[in-house]
Design a protein around this ligand. Structure first.
Ligand code: FES
Length: 106
């Protein structure tokens, strides 16, 4: 039996068992992802897909959080955008990002 959440104040019908990301995607509401791969189930690592739940102090990863009837979800609030910015900054500050030079040496 389908149930309803709201995403950015728009009602979205979902099937129990779907994640917030799956419900949003089915409703053509875009949430950015990096580590999520539908085919492999690999998820919940990068936190780019975080969303805000009204009434909660914490942002949650939409790719691994189950949709629950009545949730009020914000995908582009100030807190969400700032969190994604910080995540991208941390990803860029760590690791090697010039792998192409190692693969194709001159
Ligand atoms: S897409 Fe990486 S944690 Fe959700």
């Amino acid at each position: 039996m389908n149930q309803t959440i709201t995403i950015n104040d728009r009602p979205v019908v979902f099937t129990p068992g779907q994640t917030i990301l799956e419900a949003a995607t089915a409703a053509r509401s875009e949430i950015p992802t990096l580590c999520y791969m539908e085919e492999t189930g690999h998820r919940d690592v990068c936190r780019i897909c975080v969303v805000e739940l009204r009434g909660s102090d914490h942002l949650v990863p939409s790719c691994s959080t189950a949709a629950v009837a009545g949730m009020e979800i914000l995908t582009d609030s100030g807190r969400v955008i700032e969190s994604r910015r910080q995540t991208i900054r941390m990803l860029l500050a760590n690791g090697r990002h010039n792998v192409g030079q190692d693969i194709f040496p001159t």
